[in-house]
Design a protein around this ligand. Structure first.
Ligand SMILES: Cc1ncc(COP(=O)(O)O)c(C=O)c1O
Length: 382
């Protein structure tokens, strides 16, 4: 047995990270914790992977991703007047996770400050920590949209800002006006914007998503992050991609090929098949999530002591509670009562006092899990 300690960065990550290791829910317990679509991957996607394997496409792929996949992805990127996207602007990655890691490691150095409006997807802070950067969490406004005054204070001198839109964990869709205001705040700086739009096809009625790539003042500084995981129920396939300024994408490609080599060849053919799915296949899943969202709103809106901001996109409900206990304690007590949710503290300091519920779970799981949650808060209140 070795006596050697893990490297300092592991010790630092263990000290600072609030991301739980994911484990299967124990029998009898309902999990509303995972951002994991409960739909099967569409059969034509599976067939494309099987066919690719049978046809002998079993060797290394281009390290930036199959050229035909990158060409198809480039053709589907949000438009930029005056500039067309090409395959060379796109890097196919091992899920959005590796795409995010590649861009952070490529562009954030020791001591660089990265602004993260929080609560935010907890991977961002962990990656910045691993890269040796400093995380500057900027609390959201009470309506969970950006606090532009706070951002105006934090952004000068920052190397990067990272956010998701629609947002995990808040379920908020940041509006075009917010993105335009961000562009103005960044005018004259060389900060990079990382816009993770993993939930772009899941926007709820009355809301509209503007990609950061569509905002003139942001488009030249934006690295767009995308994944097949959520839109096509392909979490286990591990395909994501990046697009953005060529120098940043090339630097990310260097990191990605160093850490991952090339991506599985057959899954890239599966990804190509996913791009050919009719809109109705994606819409059918989105419609189910919208129905579940209605159910969550109906079941949680009038519960004393709980405050729900209606989700605008993605499949998360972010709940504020007022029983005065830390969110990790509340999540632990809920798990003991048979429902697993995520503690808001995982998503940054301003996530404290909140819980995140995923409605990517089945209706039955949601009904049972939310009933257990409501009963817990009923009993916990004085
Ligand atoms: C906002 C956001 N970005 C990225 C990811 C990771 O996606 P992938 O499965 O492609 O690694 C997730 C997964 O939950 C997410 O919520």
């Amino acid at each position: 047995m070795t006596r050697r300690q893990p490297a300092f960065r592991v010790r630092k990550l263990r000290r600072l990270s609030r991301r739980p290791a994911l484990a299967p829910a124990p029998p009898g317990t309902v999990s509303l914790a995972m951002g994991e679509p409960d739909f099967p991957t569409p059969p034509t996607v599976i067939r494309a992977a099987v066919d690719a394997l049978r046809e002998g496409r079993t060797h290394y792929a281009d390290q930036k991703g199959l050229p035909e996949l990158r060409t198809a992805l480039a053709a589907g990127l949000p438009d930029r007047p005056g500039r067309t996207w090409s395959a060379d602007d796109v890097l196919v990655t091992h899920g959005a996770t590796a795409g995010l890691a590649a861009i952070v490691f490529a562009m954030v150095g020791t001591g660089d400050r990265v602004v993260i409006p929080g609560p935010a997807y907890s991977l961002y802070a962990d990656l910045v920590t691993l890269a040796g950067g400093t995380v500057d969490f900027v609390p959201l406004a009470p309506d969970l949209h950006w606090d532009l005054d706070a951002l105006a204070e934090a952004l000068p001198g920052a190397t990067m800002m990272i956010f998701s839109n629609p947002s995990n964990p808040t379920g908020i869709v940041h509006r075009r006006s917010e993105l335009e205001a961000l562009g103005k705040l960044l005018d004259g700086s060389d900060a990079l914007v990382v816009s993770d739009e993993a939930y772009h096809r899941l926007v709820h009625p009355g809301n509209e998503l503007t990609s950061a790539l569509e905002v003139e003042s942001l488009r030249d500084r934006t690295v767009y992050v995308q994944t097949f995981s959520k839109t096509y129920a392909m979490t286990g396939w591990r395909v994501g991609y990046l697009a953005g300024p060529r120098a940043a994408v090339d630097a990310a490609a260097h990191i990605h090929r160093t850490c991952n080599g090339s991506l599985n060849t057959a899954v890239q053919y599966a990804a190509l098949a996913a791009l050919d799915l009719p809109d109705s296949a994606v819409e059918a899943m989105a419609e189910k999530y919208r129905q579940r969202r209605e159910m969550v709103i109906a079941l949680l809106s009038d519960v004393p002591g709980l405050h729900l901001t209606a989700p605008e996109g993605a499949f998360y409900a972010f709940l504020r509670y007022d029983i005065g206990l830390p969110s990790e304690t509340v999540a632990g007590e809920l798990a003991d009562r048979g429902v697993i949710v995520r503690a808001g503290a995982e998503y940054g300091p301003s996530g404290e006092g909140h819980l995140r519920i995923s409605f990517a779970a089945s209706e039955d799981a949601l009904r049972l899990g939310l009933a257990r949650l409501v009963r817990y808060f009923d009993e916990a209140r004085p």
